[in-house]
Design a protein around this ligand. Sequence first.
Ligand SMILES: *Cc1c(COP(=O)(O)O)cnc(C)c1O
Length: 401
Amino acid sequence: MSSAQDFYAHLTQELQAIRAAGLYKSERIISGPQSALVRLADGREVLNLCANNYLGLSSHPAVIEAAHEALRTHGYGLSSVRFICGTQDLHKTLEQRLSRFLGTEDTILYAAAFDANGGLFEPLLGEQDAVISDELNHASIIDGIRLCKASRYRYKHNDMADLVRCLEEAKAAGARFTLVFTDGVFSMDGTIAKLDEIRAITDRYGALLGIDECHASGFLGKTGRGTHEYRNVFGQIDLITGTLGKALGGASGGFTSGRREVIEMLRQRSRPYLFSNTVAPSIVGASIAVLDLLESSTALRDKLEANTAYFRAAIQAAGFEIKPGTHPIVPIMVYDAALAQQLSARLLELGVYAVGFFFPVVPKGQARIRVQISAGHERIHLEKAVAAFTQAGLELGLIKG
Ligand SMILES: *Cc1c(COP(=O)(O)O)cnc(C)c1O
């Protein structure tokens, strides 16, 4: 048997291998609030193009004030899971408000969307059942599916013919219930699931349909309800998971929303809900204020849409290749991992913070800078971003003058 010393030496070696492969992820220190401009540890202020702060709510005065107010009226923490003594009036209100916003019957809160997905499948599906998943689904969906006993099928990304193949296979295998689950929006490419087609197909088979709305809730669709609104199937989705940690304020927390009996079963059986602490009152109070904002006006999602259209057009006019689409996730294709890192480093020198993504986060040879546009950006920020990309792109030979 190897010793504990050997174990630590083994880890050190593995870490060296990660570094040597150029795959080591380091964390940049930010010394102020999340915003269009962020202050780095060295005191420099840079334009931030890589937050999930789609609506600019991470530091919105009304959201901060609502968090303060909930802290005053409902305390700092509850030191309890929901079913013992961790449910306040605020938690019930937020669950009702999310249900109304998403067009569902009921909603259950989790500490994170990772937990919502992790605790979704196992309580609902058994070994007689089938779950069919898009191959590019988020890690938390993959993990959640691993924890349940249903038969698993995977279809090629956004490929409807392959989805039908999976449904046929599940049917032939005699599955009792079948659930198709997909990201509403895929975070690496900004592609939007074809929910209208998927709903029509799943209906033909009597299958359930679930979606993860982490990159959609709050801004996709004309009133920001999400991918189901964008694809004109609002009110027709069986299961919706999402996060409070991206567009909806950006703190933390997640949820699952759907039919009353589904949510009731999750409250009884979902392990991350039963065995993990309740969401802090300040986050819950602030999230209610976020829904107040979004239900009273579409100004923020409208501004995000306009900012996105402007940036997508301008960066292409500058000569860059992007993944086509309409989502505020804008992948600027570089293909080569080292070049993506050089571009990101040069952009930072020019005052623009945008991170390079490469294998294993995206397929080999598909390296890119993933930009995320925000309603917190002003036109002048986006112009500055395009100018910096243009300068760095010319220097690195990525575009021609
Ligand atoms: C960010 C993300 C999650 C995890 O959300 P958290 O609330 O941060 O745990 C889950 N699914 C998708 C698609 C995401 O993008």
